[in-house]
Every structure is written in C-alpha cells, then in structure tokens.
Design a protein around this ligand. Structure first.
Ligand SMILES: Cc1cc2nc3c(=O)[nH]c(=O)nc-3n(C[C@H](O)[C@H](O)[C@H](O)COP(=O)(O)OP(=O)(O)OC[C@H]3O[C@@H](n4cnc5c(N)ncnc54)[C@H](O)[C@@H]3O)c2cc1C
Length: 388
C-alpha cells in the first residue's frame, strides 16, 4: 500500500526546511524530501544578508518578522540558527535619496529600527568607508547575516524532533495528479500520497510543477560571489552592506573575511540549472575587487580566498511564488527567491502554514500565489526593492 502523509514538502533549502517545520508544528504528519542534503541548493552558498530595507510593506513586514524568528531560534527551534545581529547598511546614490527616505519612513511605521544617516555621520562612524558619491545610508542595527547551513539544519532538526520525517538522497521524480487534485509525489520507491504537496525545489521547481501539467514561469540565472581576507591591523566593516552606489554587496564572514558580490544593476545570465559553471569568472573577480577597494579602501591588498557561482531562481516580478493556486487542489508553491529569498523564508513559511492548514491568509500575502501570473497582477518593482 502507498505511504500517506498530511503534507509532503519537496526540497530542503531554507524554504522547504522552514515550511516543513511550521506545518509539523501545527500537528500535521509531514514528509520532507531532499534529493541531496539540506541546503544543497542556492541556500548553502547564500550570502544570507539579513535586512529589512525593502520598498513594499509586505516584504519589509516579512523581513522584520523573519529576523524575530531567527532571534528567537533558541526557544522556537531549541538551538541557535546562525543569525548574527551585526547591523546592516544600505548605501544610497544621490538619485535614489528621495526613494530611500520614503522607504525608511515606511519601514519605521512598521516598527523597524532604521535610520537614514547623512555622509558626515557616515564618515564619523565608519572610518573604513569612502563616502564620495554616497548621498546617505539606511542603517538597521537589527540586520546582519546568518550562516545559511546552520539555519537550514536548525529548522530540519527541529522539524524531526517534532516528529517530522526527512528523507535525504531522495528525489521527487514527479507529482501525482488525479483530475484537479495533486495527490502526492512519485519516488523511486513508489508513490507517496499527501493532502498537500509543497514545491520548494528552488531552481528545480519548474520541472516538478510541469510533471503534473502546472505551468511555472521562472528563470535560472548564475550568481557569482567572492571571499576576501583583509590584511591584519586595519579597521574593518562589521556590518552587512548593500552598496547601491557601486552595485556591490559585502558581508562579514569572520576572521577578517568578507563575502563580496555584485548587486543590481548587473547582467543576469540564464543557465541550465542542471549544468552550469560553478567556478567564478576572472572578469567578475577583477571587477568586484576594483569596486570593493574603491568603496572600502581598507580592503586594499585583501587576499582572494574563494570565488564560486550558484543559482538564483528568478520569477517574473522578482517576488516569490507562494501558496495554493486556483483550479488545482492539494498543491502549493514556495519557490522563486529571486536572489533575496533567504532572509524572509521562515516568515513566509509560517504564513504559508496558516494558509494551508487553517485557510487564514492576509490580503497582501495572497498576491504571492502563482495565480498573479494569469491574472496579470504582478508585483511592481521599485527602488530598494527585491532584486538580489
Ligand atoms: C550566491 C547567492 C547569494 C545570495 N545572497 C542572499 C542574501 O544575501 N540574502 C538573502 O536573503 N538571499 C540571498 N540569496 C537568495 C537565497 O539564498 C535563496 O533565495 C534561498 O536560499 C532559496 O532557498 P530555497 O529553499 O527556495 O531553494 P534552494 O536552496 O535552491 O533549495 C531547493 C532544494 O530542493 C532540492 N531539490 C530540487 N529538486 C528536488 C526534487 N525533485 N526532489 C527533492 N529535492 C529537490 C535541492 O537539492 C535543494 O536543496 C542568495 C542566493 C545566492 C545563490
């Protein structure tokens, strides 16, 4: 006889692990499937910068809620989830100052602790920063960064401690469908039936959806990152930083090391998620080094430690696809992190669990459903928005 669960979650990155946890916490019998090991996808190589600086109340609210989830990990998950409250800085160019002021005002209304610093304050507080061309910076003391593998593991282990079952090295080969209902997943070992299947397979979510005739418009683009080690004895940035002036981001890694990557605007190159170049390009490393040293002269002479490429799963409007869809029962999406989806994933997972189990969904959250594509109701991208 086929196995049966209340819910099957496919994929154990941060989205799948946190969704499995919150569904199990509601008393469901949950199976989480991971074809490799937890955080094997984009999650494991994420810079995992934690910020609440978004341009819409929906995303700012979720990022704020997620930081509180990470901060309370010891009580919620019984262990540290790798979050470090190192502070977050968003460097603003002159043509974006008005938008940044609006965003900061909106974020403060949501209860987020954030302040817009002027260049003189920046120069006084951050001696490692070249403020030329910087019109201001939003600073959040509660932001910072997270160790993405520790976080995913924390949710996965807490999920299992609550009675959930995680099967690693186990791929979902396809969805089972009967009429208008998704009834489970197909494994190499046979069929598994479920009332709900959550597709949290990241860049590999589209083929899974399409196995049951469900459309999913998503790009997979290659994202490169580099790790640098500063010379000893220099003042170093302690915060995570999005630098919209030079289009780079930086986050501390400990031991004088920093992850540095390119931010928007930049070229996004589509790749095959099953076959892409995992090492970084020399041109990327040279470009990022030049931008890094220009803005952070204290990193002059820093040693390149590592450089690599991973995947962004990018939706039509750079917002995740989350929740059930009209016309098909028993199925929900949670994918399309679009290069910024680590930080808010646990907060999305919690609201997704409310939606699936209790039918409770906030009006703004409902727009996450893939139904927005057919309804031509995409989110609107604006400055300080979602692009990773
Ligand atoms: C280089 C880089 C830097 C980033 N920096 C940031 C940042 O600073 N801040 C931020 O918030 N976000 C950042 N992001 C984005 C963020 O990391 C991702 O949006 C998020 O981690 C995606 O998580 P996920 O669980 O949706 O997908 P993934 O981590 O890709 O997980 C999907 C999982 O599903 C598994 N899987 C796939 N198909 C199947 C199947 N058929 N059966 C079973 N398992 C399957 C995969 O093995 C994988 O483990 C970054 C991403 C990258 C790549």
């Amino acid at each position: 006889m086929a196995e049966s669960f209340d819910a099957v979650v496919v994929g154990c990155g941060i989205a799948g692990a946190s969704t499995a946890f919150f569904l199990q916490a509601k008393g469901l019998k949950v199976l989480a499937l991971e074809r490799d090991k937890p955080a094997a996808g984009g999650t494991g190589l994420s810079a995992a910068i934690m910020r609440q600086h978004y341009s819409t109340p929906l995303m700012a609210r979720l990022a704020h809620a997620a930081i509180r989830i990470f901060q309370s990990a010891s009580e919620l998950l019984g262990r540290d989830a790798g979050f470090r409250r190192a502070g977050y800085l968003f460097l603003v160019p002159p043509d974006a100052l008005a938008a940044a002021q609006r965003n900061v005002a909106m974020q403060r209304e949501l209860g987020i602790d954030t302040t817009l610093l002027d260049p003189a304050e920046l120069a006084a507080r951050m001696p490692w920063l070249n403020t030329d061309g910087v019109a201001g910076a939003a600073f959040e003391p509660d932001g910072g960064y997270t160790d993405p593998e520790v976080a995913t593991e924390a949710f996965a282990v807490a999920f299992q401690e609550k009675g959930g079952e995680l099967r690693t090295k186990t791929a979902a080969r396809g969805l089972l469908r009967s009429g208008d209902r998704i009834t489970g997943v197909l494994l190499d070992s046979g069929d598994v039936h479920a009332n709900w299947v959550v597709n949290a397979a990241g860049p590999w979510a589209p083929p899974l959806a399409q196995s049951a005739g469900l459309a999913m418009q998503m790009r997979t683009v290659r994202e490169q990152d580099s790790v640098w080690e500063a010379r000893p004895g220099r003042p170093l940035p302690g915060h995570s930083i999005s630098n919209a002036v030079d289009a780079i981001y930086l986050r501390p890694l400990g031991d004088r090391r920093f992850i540095v990557g390119r931010g928007f605007p930049k070229e996004y190159v589509d790749v095959d998620p099953y076959n892409y170049k995992r090492t970084a390009d020399d041109a990327f490393v040279a470009d990022v080094q030049q931008r890094m040293v220009l803005r952070f002269p204290t990193l002059d002479g820093a040693r390149l430690v590592n450089a690599y490429a991973a995947l962004y799963d990018v939706t039509l409007d750079w917002y995740q696809y989350v929740g059930p869809r009209a016309g098909v029962d028993g199925y929900a999406d949670f994918c399309g992190g679009s290069g910024h989806g680590f930080k808010e994933a646990p907060a999305i997972a919690r609201e997704l669990a409310d939606w699936l189990v209790e039918g409770k969904v906030r009006a703004d959250f409902r727009q996450f459903s893939y139904d927005r594509v057919a309804a031509n109701n995409l989110f609107v991208l604006s400055y300080g928005g979602n692009r990773g």
